[in-house]
Design a protein around this ligand. Structure first.
Ligand code: ZN
Ligand code: ZN
Length: 210
């Protein structure tokens, strides 16, 4: 099998000297890395190109809210997805903020997604979504399932009259981010359990057929 070099180079242009076969490399946004450097690049802040138009209503904060929270949590979501890799490599793909239509009513919403695909058939999709009609609420999705709905504290507070001091504000934002990540982690665990269960079932039926 052909080994291809990890593309990582540090700021002094020193190149990573490892090379990887298709089974063990990790691809992040179209670039090939060793596992270690996949973790490094995916923890870097994302470029602003993640916010892609079609334009929302001028006064709707749904796309900016989802883009803002996604930027805050980008490295952490990658870290959780990389954790889903076993000893094999795989591919991490980030989807920009896009307009989607959700639910039976096809409501307008803005979504930003992260995906992991491996050779061994692991496939995970994590996304954050804000509906235009409920632009004070963030939906956390793993696969097709909504695993959490959370209201950002800085939006809830603007409705009340009490101003919040900077320390409280920071603590509340951190707690909010952690709740989002906890929901992602729970959702990923559930996906893992479902995948394991379906593999066991497939194993059973294969034996039955033999
Ligand atoms: Zn290998
Ligand atoms: Zn490397």
């Amino acid at each position: 099998m052909t080994a291809i070099a990890c593309e990582y180079a540090d700021r002094r242009a020193r190149q990573c000297r490892t090379a990887w076969c298709p089974q063990h490399r990790v691809i992040v946004e179209g670039h090939l890395y060793c596992r270690r450097h996949a973790g490094v690049v995916s923890a870097l802040p994302v470029a602003d190109s993640t916010l892609v138009t079609p334009l929302p209503d001028l006064d709707n904060r749904a796309p900016s809210l989802v883009a803002w929270v996604a930027r805050q949590l980008d490295g952490d979501v990658w870290r959780l997805l990389l954790h889903e890799l076993d000893t094999e490599g795989g591919e991490l793909i980030a989807d920009p903020v896009v307009l989607v239509f959700t639910g039976v009513d096809r409501l307008r919403a803005w979504e930003r997604a992260w995906k992991l695909v491996t050779h061994t058939g692991v496939s995970r999709r994590v996304s954050l979504m804000v509906e235009e009609a409920h632009d004070d609420e963030l939906a956390v999705k793993v696969g097709a399932n909504v695993v959490g709905r959370l209201s950002p504290p800085w939006i809830t507070e603007r409705r009340g009259s009490e101003p919040v001091d900077p320390d409280t504000d920071r603590r509340e934002r951190e707690a909010f981010n952690q709740r989002v990540l906890d929901a992602v982690e729970r959702g990923l665990l559930r996906e893992r359990e479902l995948q394991l269960a379906s593999r066991l079932r497939m194993g059973d039926s294969a034996e039955g057929a033999a």
